[in-house]
Design a protein around this ligand. Structure first.
Ligand SMILES: *Cc1c(COP(=O)(O)O)cnc(C)c1O
Length: 354
């Protein structure tokens, strides 16, 4: 018996999308780390990405990378490591992104204890203001990193379009590529990887504007949801529907659009406003904010509108709906990236892998 709420994961579509992204990147001389964090490190999603041609697997959480033990490709930790987790980092990730020398010393110590070498990509700050070393501090950080036994410096990278909404462009990624060239010369090291960002770099690549020397991207959303993230456009030739949420109707009744009685605050301390649209056909689904925020869900039937949600109830107006919405029927939704992350993280949502 199927259990609801349920999210179905179509691994064929993920494989197809990974093939599309990896193919695009290959033309530009770029290898792809397939990022699975929005699926909570789902091994089937990782397997599908590998079948599509990604070169390594990335996630921001160690718990997720731990689920990916046994794959033949390197695992890349995307979030800067917590110093207190150094031992687990070298155990569950072959490579990590870093910007703090003191953390690298911890990683080196733990790697040596286990007779390992841990790979490192140094992150550079190019304007988005999340993680990364200022350009003026890179040489010094490289010098320090090269001195740490147990650590192998594999490259430099950057992250854009996250905090500041700064888009990748020939200028900032050009600075990254130039820095890599300069570091190779200055220290006479190979520095094989130059990691030029996430799904938001794909439009630049497609336009043929990716600066030479960028040879690595870390791509999640474009593979999982078939969407680049600079402008939010679908990636041509890819699927946007690899994930579908279904939730079950637990009440279906005609109700007025206006509440009555003395009005105070709703379940979340807000004072909601309601337009008067008369009597409407309304349903309650067994799904709530504990599973996914309603702003992150779009009903597949465009005639259905989401009215609101509490922790455990989702309210819909189905007056014009074409799909059946009786008690026990299931209503389908497409999640955005945030919704996907929440649904895959919620222990109350059943995961059905196709
Ligand atoms: C999440 C993440 C990515 C992947 O981002 P998408 O927009 O899903 O492609 C890449 N790099 C880092 C550092 C990340 O945290």
């Amino acid at each position: 018996m199927a259990k609801y709420p349920q999210i179905t994961v179509d691994t064929n579509k993920i494989r197809h999308n990974a093939g599309r992204v990896a193919g695009l990147c290959k033309e530009g001389g770029v290898a792809v780390a397939g990022v699975v964090k929005a699926t909570c490190g789902l091994p089937e999603a990782a397997r599908a990405m590998l079948a599509g041609g990604v070169a390594m697997l990335g996630d921001s959480r160690l718990e997720n990378l731990e689920r990916l033990a046994g794959f033949s490709v390197p695992r890349l930790l995307l979030r800067l490591p917590m110093p207190s987790q150094a031992a687990e980092v070298v155990q569950h990730a072959e490579i990590s992104l870093n910007s703090e020398t003191s953390t690298l010393k911890e990683l080196g110590r733990e790697a040596r204890k286990r007779g390992k070498t841990h790979g490192v990509i140094l992150m550079l700050e190019l304007g988005d203001l999340r993680e990364g070393l200022p350009l003026g501090e890179v040489s010094r950080a490289v010098l320090e990193t090269l001195k740490i036994p147990g650590i192998r410096l594999l490259g430099v990278g950057t992250n854009l379009t996250c905090y500041g909404g700064v888009l990748p462009d020939p200028e900032n990624l050009g600075a990254l590529a130039e820095t890599a060239v300069r570091i190779r010369k200055e220290f006479n090291i190979p520095l094989p990887w130059v990691s030029g960002g996430n799904s938001s770099t794909l439009p630049l690549l497609q336009a043929g504007l990716l600066p030479g020397g960028i040879n690595h991207l870390r791509v999640g959303e474009a593979i999982l949801l078939g969407r680049e993230t600079a402008y939010g456009k679908p990636l041509q030739g890819s699927f946007q529907d690899a994930f579908t949420l279904q939730a079950e109707v637990i009440e279906a009744k005609d109700k007025p659009s206006l509440p009555w009685g003395t009005r105070g605050l709703d379940a979340f301390g807000q004072k909601p406003a309601f337009p008067d649209r008369g009597m409407r056909k309304k349903v309650i689904l067994a799904l709530g904010r504990q599973d996914a925020h309603p702003e992150n869900l779009r009903p597949l039937d465009p005639r259905i509108t989401i009215l609101g949600a509490s922790s455990d109830h989702l309210l819909l107006d189905v007056t014009e709906a074409k799909t059946p919405c009786g008690v026990g029927d299931r209503v389908a939704f497409r999640p955005n990236y945030g919704g996907l992350l929440q649904l895959m993280t919620s222990p109350y949502v059943h995961k059905e892998v196709l």
